[in-house]
Design a protein. Structure first.
Length: 279
C-alpha cells in the first residue's frame, strides 16, 4: 500500500503574528539598550577610575560606595526628609511662577500697548541672574522659607513669561486671518486660535523653569537651611563625607529627570492636536 505524505503548513497570518510577537520584545530591548548604554558606560568608568588610582578616592569614591551611602540615607529616612523639604520649596515656587507668569505673558503678548510699556522693565530684569539676587532676598526676607521660595519664583517666572509672550506673538498670521474671516470675536479668537497655538512654546518655558527651580533651590539651600538636598550636599562636603555628598547629587539628578519626564507627558496631553496633525 502506498502512503500519501502530507505536508502541514502554517497559515500566513499565523506566521506573521508569531514573527511580530518575537520582533516586538527585541525592539523594546534594543531601545532600552540604546538609552542606557551611555549611562552604564559612565557608571563603569566611575567605578573603575578611583579603584585604579587615577583619582583620589577621598575626592571621588567608587560608584558602589556612593550607592551604598545613598541606600543608607534612604533606609534611615534622612534622604526622604531632605528630599521632602526640597520638593515642597521647589513645587511651591514653581506653581506660583506658573500661576503668575502665564496670565501676565498672555496679556503682554496679546496687547501691544502693554508690551511696549513693560518691555524695557522686562529686558532689565531678564538679564539679572537669580543667584546674583540671593543676598538681596536673604537680606530683605531673612534666611527662612520665604526667601528661598521667592527666589525660585523669580528664577522660574522668566522662562515661562518670555516663552508665553513669544508663543502669543509668533502665532501664524494666516491662522489669525482665517479665524477673523470666519467672524470670530476677539475673545473666541484668543481662546480657540491664539492660546492653543501658543501652548507648545509655553510648555518649553515651563520645562526650562522646572529644571531651573531645582538648580536655584540647591544653591539657596546651601545658605541658612537646616534641611534639603542642598543642605545635605553642603554638610557632607564640610564634614568630608564624599559618598553622602555624591548621593545627594545623584538624588537631585533623579528628581530632575522625573520632573522633566512628567512635564513632557503633560505637554503631550495638552498638545495632542499637534501630534495628530503631524501623524
Amino acid at each position: 500500500m502506498a502512503t500519501a505524505e502530507k505536508s502541514v503548513s502554517l497559515p500566513i497570518g499565523s506566521a506573521q503574528r508569531r514573527s511580530s510577537a518575537i520582533a516586538a520584545p527585541l525592539g523594546i530591548i534594543g531601545k532600552v539598550l540604546k538609552r542606557t548604554i551611555a549611562i552604564l558606560a559612565l557608571a563603569a568608568i566611575w567605578e573603575m577610575v578611583p579603584r585604579v588610582g587615577l583619582v583620589e578616592t577621598a575626592f571621588l569614591p567608587p560608584l558602589s560606595e556612593v550607592l551604598q551611602a545613598w541606600w543608607g540615607l534612604l533606609t534611615s529616612g534622612e534622604l526622604w526628609t531632605h528630599t521632602e523639604s526640597s520638593l515642597i520649596r521647589s513645587l511651591a515656587g514653581f506653581g506660583i511662577a506658573i500661576a503668575a507668569a502665564i496670565p501676565l505673558g498672555l496679556l503682554i503678548g496679546w496687547y501691544k500697548g502693554l508690551s511696549e510699556l513693560l518691555t524695557p522693565v522686562l529686558e532689565l530684569f531678564r538679564n539679572t541672574a537669580a543667584l546674583a539676587l540671593l543676598p538681596v532676598f536673604t537680606l530683605i526676607l531673612g534666611i527662612g522659607e520665604t526667601s528661598k521660595i521667592t527666589l525660585i519664583v523669580y528664577a522660574c517666572s522668566w522662562p515661562i513669561l518670555l516663552n508665553t509672550i513669544s508663543g502669543v506673538k509668533n502665532v501664524d498670521p494666516l491662522l489669525i486671518k482665517s479665524a477673523k474671516s470666519m467672524g470670530l470675536s476677539p475673545v473666541k479668537l484668543f481662546i480657540k486660535v491664539i492660546l492653543p497655538a501658543a501652548v507648545p512654546t509655553i510648555f518649553t518655558g515651563v520645562r526650562l523653569a522646572g529644571a531651573g527651580s531645582i538648580l536655584v533651590l540647591i544653591a539657596a539651600e546651601m545658605v541658612g537651611a537646616k534641611a534639603g538636598l542642598g543642605y545635605l550636599i553642603n554638610y557632607a562636603q564640610f564634614n568630608f563625607q564624599a559618598p553622602e555628598m555624591y548621593a545627594g547629587i545623584i538624588s537631585i539628578s533623579l528628581i530632575g529627570l522625573l520632573f522633566n519626564q512628567g512635564l513632557v507627558t503633560l505637554e503631550k496631553r495638552f498638545t495632542a492636536w499637534k501630534q495628530t496633525q503631524s501623524e
